[in-house]
Design a protein around this ligand. Structure first.
Ligand code: UD1
Length: 357
């Protein structure tokens, strides 16, 4: 039977592997999988909660690598992942997204001459100061099967000289997962929410690791919160950064611990506005037509702007505030769901992989 060795390591990976696992299990034969958790993320709120919510089985291997500098973390994952590949001898190693676990496991697989599949291939921000951009470029330079979420990904891979027969525009497994979770009743939340509110998430090093940048962003958020209260679940990195700059947030901004997927979905999908620097949330808000402002200078997911409800506002306090006001005044453009974001991307991926075997 065709054997896929699947890798997950950090929070944004878990919602991408869940639909692929569901698809393999539904087929009852045709493919088998082995699941590896690198342990890049390890807290209950950053990892375990997603395994429970999405019914992801306990990983066959847990590499327990934990946090560290990029070199340290990447090297540790590589060292721990190599013996797993040698022992399991998979037909294919499948990596998702653009985190350090994606890069580390891709390199190990290819050096062992294994077939490599990359889900969410071809995205490019053009911003080499983003660790994820380096991870995307290196991973795609050695990938055999490219699974692409949006037209820009296909264009980027073609312009980089990749063989078109290896590029598969399949849609987005994270949107498969979103629809799957939306079919369940809303999750309960212990947080009392106002009738109308906005949601904020921030975690990019370029936003939270520089005090001046973070102060400017917080100042824009404080002004927006005069118009609409904001709910702000904070990544551990962000929580530490907010403590470092020592700004007292007004009562109109509610800071929360990181939330599980279902509770967060219940909250953001009813928000009047989302302000974020997350890649995934730009796409999920597009899928549901929730207005989104992205606090970055660029995006590797341009379909969220051309088709979706996303707008880039950078870190410019005035632009962030004025763009938020426009949304709150109802001045939004028409959105449409990107092509193939229909809940069936995992089916298409498995069809390709099994067909190639
Ligand atoms: C990583 C990904 C990023 C992704 C983000 C989602 C890379 C290069 N970056 O960034 O693309 O958008 O995950 O969250 O792979 N920490 C905890 N508990 C945890 C995990 C981390 O407290 O379970 C803290 C540690 O202090 C750690 C810091 O968060 O040093 C950063 O974690 P790390 O995985 O290195 O990067 P993220 O910022 O989470």
């Amino acid at each position: 039977m065709y054997k896929v060795l699947m890798v997950a390591g950090a929070r944004p990976n878990f919602m991408k592997i869940a639909p692929i696992i569901r698809e393999i299990e539904m087929r009852e034969g045709g493919a088998d999988y082995v699941l590896v958790h690198t342990g890049q993320h390890y807290d209950e709120a950053m990892s375990d909660v997603f395994f429970r919510e999405f019914d992801i089985p306990t990983p066959n291997y847990h590499l327990n690598v934990g946090s560290g500098s990029h070199a340290h973390q990447t090297a540790k994952i590589m060292m721990e992942f190599e013996p797993v590949c040698i022992h399991e001898k998979p037909d294919c190693v499948l990596v998702v997204g653009d985190v350090n676990s994606t890069l580390a496991c891709a390199i190990v697989a290819k050096k062992l001459n294994l077939q490599l599949a990359h889900v969410e291939a071809g995205l490019r921000s053009g911003d080499m100061s983003m660790p994820e951009e380096v991870n995307r470029l290196v991973t795609d330079s050695i990938t055999d099967h490219f699974f692409v979420t949006e037209p820009s990904g296909v264009e980027n891979l073609i312009s980089e000289g990749k063989d078109p027969s290896t590029i598969h525009h399949v849609g987005h497994v994270m949107i498969d997962n979103l629809f799957h979770e939306l079919s369940k009743p809303d999750a309960s939340t212990e947080h009392s929410l106002p009738q109308d509110y906005g949601v904020v998430t921030l975690h990019r090093p370029s936003n939270v690791d520089h005090d001046d940048v973070l102060r400017d962003i917080v100042s824009a958020l404080v002004s927006i919160s005069d118009k609409i209260p904001l709910v702000f679940p904070a990544h551990p990195r962000t929580k530490a950064a907010l403590q470092r700059i020592n700004i007292e947030l007004p009562s109109t901004i509610t800071l929360l611990e990181p939330l599980g997927y279902r509770e967060f979905l219940t909250i953001w999908r009813k928000a009047r506005i989302v302000l974020t620097d997350s890649g995934g949330l730009q796409e999920e808000t597009t899928a549901l037509g929730v207005p989104c402002l992205t606090l970055r200078e660029n995006t590797e997911r341009p379909v969220t702007i051309s088709n979706g409800s996303n707008k880039l506002v950078g870190r410019n306090t005035k632009l962030i505030y004025e763009s938020a006001l426009e949304i709150l005044e109802g001045k939004t453009t028409k959105y449409s769901t990107p092509e193939l974001w229909d809940g069936h991307a995992a089916t298409r991926i498995l069809d390709v992989l099994i067909d190639k075997s």
